[in-house]
Design a protein around this ligand. Structure first.
Ligand code: SF4
Ligand code: SF4
Length: 398
């Protein structure tokens, strides 16, 4: 994608648009001085999109039509690497999110995104699966998975499964692995089962704050029926919402990502030796960069006898995005029309170049995204994609 001109002339600012963006995202975008530092670290930098410097200029100048017409608005994954380096502390992902919200007030999203939104509203999950089947994954776990409604008592861990672990075939495998780990720990835990519905943080980041707020209201009401010490989830986006957004909406909990919960219990896990493999770890943007957790997943990998953890060049705070954040998991057809290579494919090449035999992940979007990328880049048989829960389960059974 080439951007021949940054700002179209003559400039006709829409001051009302600037006001509406400011109401939704704050006014940090007005402080942008076009240094371009953000565009250098954006995962799309090498694809010539101009993200996000160009979009910040369009926002700052109130060029509503140009900003809303920019494909970049829907290519951005809200990964946050740009904001990490911005010398003016511009909330770039927040400004992109706000512009998407204003876009949706008057225009239609891509067909893929519209379907995900509609599925979430109608079925409580973006995959369009039956809400009644949300707990079906528990049947194949090989251990009992307690459900809160049937227990009638407080538990230590309320496990919020989220949609991809509940419904996606590769997510179900990770969820069942997690259940076996909890059983091995003798954990006092339960799931919400069919009472759970999508947290919809990715829908919010894609501009659908209404769906997010409706889902949050329902989930907070459901969680309010039960007593639990901590809320644990495998989804970094749900973790982000529970930790940073639910308190403002009346839901305050002790929240942990599943890697944080398990890392505290490494001494209680009787981990056996698995075959020797070099493993690299992909930091999920909404666990690492957005919420500061880089160590727990690494501690778990390092605790498994036989695995050697190696790092890719892009890791920790400078981790590379998988391409699925900010609602992009459902918008890949649109994005593929506007960029030359998927971010998941770039990341798989980086893992292979680092010498990894296993790409370890801990975000429910990532196993299938990266497995597709392993195939499309021709690395089948060379790189395996495994959730950390699957690696631990394998080690417990070794
Ligand atoms: S790094 Fe910050 S100040 Fe520099 S162009 Fe990007 S948004 Fe603007
Ligand atoms: S949030 Fe990530 S994808 Fe979006 S502009 Fe910033 S660095 Fe690029």
């Amino acid at each position: 994608m080439s951007q021949s001109s940054l700002i179209p002339l003559p400039v006709r600012p829409d001051l009302g648009f600037i006001d509406r963006l400011t109401e939704l995202a704050g006014d940090s975008f007005t402080q942008c001085y076009q240094c371009g530092t953000c565009s250098v670290v954006c995962p799309f930098a090498f694809q010539g999109t101009g993200l996000p410097r160009r979009e910040m200029a369009l926002a700052q100048w109130g060029l509503k039509d140009e900003l809303l017409a920019s494909p970049n608005l829907w290519v951005c994954t809200t990964c946050g690497n740009c904001a990490r380096v911005c010398p003016r502390e511009v909330d770039i992902p927040g400004t992109i999110r706000a512009a998407r919200e204003l876009f949706l007030l008057e225009r239609d999203p891509s067909r893929e995104l519209a379907t995900a939104f509609e599925n979430t509203s109608r079925h409580g999950n973006p995959l369009g699966q039956s809400a009644r089947k949300r707990a079906d994954w528990t049947a194949g776990a090989g251990v009992e998975v307690p459900v809160m409604a049937g227990l009638g008592r407080a538990v230590e861990v309320l496990f919020f499964t989220e949609c991809y672990w509940a419904y996606h075939p590769r997510g179900i495998e990770a969820a069942q692995a997690m259940a076996r780990i909890m059983a091995a720990l003798g954990a006092d835990w339960a799931v919400l089962g069919t009472e759970e519905r999508c947290v919809a943080d990715s829908q919010r980041l894609a501009g659908e704050s209404g769906i997010f707020e409706e889902a949050a209201t329902a989930n907070i009401a459901t969680l309010g029926k039960y007593q639990f010490t901590r809320l644990v989830t495998p989804d970094p986006h749900a973790y982000n919402a529970f930790r940073n957004l639910y308190p403002e909406l009346g839901g305050t909990y002790t929240v942990q990502h599943y890697t944080q919960f398990l890392a505290e219990r490494i001494p209680d896990l009787k981990l056996g030796r698995v075959g020797s493999r070099r493993v690299t770890f992909h930091d999920p943007c909404y666990l690492g960069r957005h919420n500061g957790e880089f160590e727990a997943p690494r501690h778990l990998i390092e605790a498994i006898p036989g695995l050697e953890l190696i790092e890719m060049g892009h890791c920790r705070a400078n981790g590379y995005c998988c391409g699925g954040g900010g609602g992009e998991i459902w918008n890949s057809g649109f994005t593929r029309e506007h960029v030359d290579e998927r971010l998941s494919e770039v990341r798989v090449r980086e893992a292979v170049a680092a010498g990894a035999e296993v790409l370890a992940v801990c975000c429910p979007f990532e196993v299938s995204l990266f497995e597709d990328a392993v195939k499309s880049t021709g690395h089948q048989g060379q790189l395996e994609v495994r959730d950390i829960a699957e690696l631990l389960d394998e080690s417990l059974r070794a």
